[in-house]
Design a protein around this ligand. Structure first.
Ligand SMILES: [Zn+2]
Ligand SMILES: [Zn+2]
Length: 283
């Protein structure tokens, strides 16, 4: 059959689709991304400036959510670079999900797929094949998601499946919960925070894999200094370090490469709440 008349989404790479066309099973993700952006746009008009208490509460939730993603989802679950005490792990999963990072199994499956297939057409979010917007956002609703059965056979605890079942009510609470503090609370603790957190994570998939001069077949990851600010210096921006030694719990390797996620892990280790912490062998 000539390529021009093949209509199946299986044959046509999803990064060539129109951006508004989700793949099977990802319609809710697409609607969620549209919802938080549209609400944030309205919020810019209605409540562009919050008071200090609201700003601090928004920053605190963002910070805790970021920590949940980098320390728990990324370093602990996806790479097994440390073990967390179950109570700490569950608390961090809550804040990661409240921040819009998705459930632990789906995050881990997608991330392990990314590392396994990095810089190839099979990568779930490679800007090399799909360009910036594919890597930044579109893969969320247009890529075939990583299978937890295939990529996370080691994550067998029942709690991970329970968190997945709680995703919709948790996101509803995350989006609407700020209403308890008025309209400004609704926009700042909800849509503004969620949009900020979403793009912070998405920059890791997009700009952190747009290293100038990277050749085909070469590792495209790079450390992105300005992204440290967006990530509240929690360490995810040292992405080239991470691809070089994905099994290390430490992403920032020098004093100048601030990695608060690592400091938190060291603190938890001293308290006996983190064990089997894997450090980079050579700096
Ligand atoms: Zn990467
Ligand atoms: Zn990783």
């Amino acid at each position: 059959m000539p390529t021009s008349v093949v209509s199946s989404s299986v044959e046509i790479p999803p990064w060539t689709w129109p951006w508004w066309r989700p793949t099977a099973g990802q319609h809710m993700t697409f609607l969620w991304v549209v919802l938080i952006h549209a609400t944030a746009a309205v919020g810019l008009v209605i409540s562009p400036l919050p008071g200090w208490p609201l700003l601090l509460a928004t920053a605190a939730l963002t910070w805790l959510g970021g920590l949940g993603t980098t320390v728990c989802y990324h370093r602990t679950l996806a790479h097994r670079a440390l073990r967390l005490h179950p109570v700490v792990r569950e608390i961090l999963i809550f804040f990661a999900m409240y921040n819009g990072s998705g459930a632990p199994l789906s995050w881990t499956a997608n991330h392990r797929l990314h590392h396994a297939m990095a810089d190839t057409p099979a990568d779930i979010s490679s800007p090399r094949v799909g360009g910036f917007w594919w890597a930044h956002l579109r893969w969320l609703w247009q890529a075939q998601q990583g299978s937890p059965t295939q990529y996370c056979p080691d994550l067998r605890e029942a709690s991970y499946r329970r968190w997945a079942a709680l995703q919709v009510p948790l996101l509803a609470l995350s989006f609407f919960g700020g209403l308890a503090f008025g309209l400004a609370g609704f926009f700042w603790l909800g849509a503004f925070r969620l949009v900020f957190a979403l793009h912070g994570q998405c920059f890791v998939n997009s700009v952190s894999h747009l290293r100038p001069g990277a050749q085909v077949g070469e590792d495209s990851s790079q450390n992105v200094y300005w992204l440290a600010v967006w990530h509240c210096f929690q360490g995810e921006n040292w992405h080239r370090n991470h691809h070089a030694r994905p099994g290390s719990a430490r992403f920032g390797w020098t004093a100048r490469q601030v990695d608060i996620g690592w400091w938190v892990i060291v603190g938890l280790e001293r308290l006996g709440l983190a064990t089997e912490v894997r450090r980079p062998r050579v700096l």
